[in-house]
Design a protein around this ligand. Structure first.
Ligand code: ZN
Length: 292
């Protein structure tokens, strides 16, 4: 009798622990931000966003940098947080940001970056110039990557980011962020954005308010647009069939910026959507509102 009761208690304890484990695991896997805050989802892994509380005083003047790059600071519920964009190539382990509050001495704030597994994707591209470009193409590719690098690290201290974002195109998410990619069996950079498949001509809507800082036609990305959302947060739209904005335009959430297409290195019509934070691509899903 006593043995049976002891066994039951033991069994209940195990069940309780398992329940906790499952709840915590599913919480960790949930990449949708809480819609009542204006913080993205915290993901302290390569390609993620590390959120750090820096002050509980909204009047504190704060600046922070991460490997020399200015970090986004947002205000939320009377507190100030750093949003640190973590590159896909960042080393697993301890890192720090330099924080300056009210121009006082530098304080180092340490955090850990933990491993996250990204899947491998094999893509076959029919037009071989997109896998092994010619000499003339390299000139264009170099110019494009310079323009992309400049737009990606755009920092505007006067604009405050508006989070969460809405999905720019209603479609099927096909290629997810961080995939390790092979084009025609040759290794290439990991996927720095989210791919959303939709018919060519589908309108692309600004996911959040911002200002158009770059419009171009690039070798790999095709027709594309960059939006500055403020404080080092930018978004990028590629392979468009049509662009409906120009540099300097101010957009609200939901404004149409162009249409889905298949320009550049693609296998079919889709939107490639990237989010840049302190000059590095991070997972756009972390910024989306619940259900998007
Ligand atoms: Zn893509």
């Amino acid at each position: 009798m006593f043995f049976k009761r002891g066994f039951n208690m033991f069994f209940n304890l195990i069940r309780f622990l398992l329940f906790f484990l499952v709840v915590n695991l599913s919480y960790g896997a949930n990449l949708t931000p809480n819609s009542s805050t204006n913080l993205p989802v915290n993901l302290s892994s390569p390609g993620g966003v590390r959120i750090m509380l820096l002050s509980d005083n909204l009047n504190d003047k704060i600046s922070a940098n991460f490997y020399g790059k200015t970090v986004t600071i947002v205000k939320n519920n009377n507190k100030q947080y750093a949003l640190i964009g973590l590159p896909l190539k960042i080393k697993i382990g301890s890192h720090f940001i330099n924080v300056y509050i009210n121009n006082k001495k530098r304080v180092k704030k340490w955090f850990k970056v933990v491993y996250k597994k990204y899947k491998t994707q094999y893509i076959t591209i029919k037009n071989k110039k997109f896998v092994n470009p010619g000499k003339m193409d390299y000139k264009k590719i170099t110019e494009d990557s310079k323009a992309i690098a400049v737009a990606k690290k755009h920092y505007d201290k006067d604009v405050v980011p508006n989070i969460p974002f809405s999905i720019p195109v209603k479609g099927i998410k096909t290629g997810s962020f961080g995939l390790r990619r092979f084009f025609n069996k040759q290794p290439r950079s990991p996927h720095g954005g989210m791919d959303i498949a939709a018919p060519a001509g589908t309108p692309i809507k600004a996911p959040s308010a911002g200002k158009i800082i770059e419009v171009g036609n690039y070798f790999f990305s095709g027709n594309c647009v960059f939006i500055n959302h403020g404080q080092g947060l930018v978004s990028f739209y590629a392979h468009m069939s049509k662009i409906d904005v120009k540099v300097g335009d101010v957009v609200k959430q939901g404004d149409i910026i162009g249409q889905v297409g298949k320009t550049g290195r693609v296998t079919g019509a889709h939107l490639h959507w990237s989010i840049g934070l302190n000059g590095t691509w991070v997972d756009p899903q972390l910024f989306l509102k619940t259900g998007d």
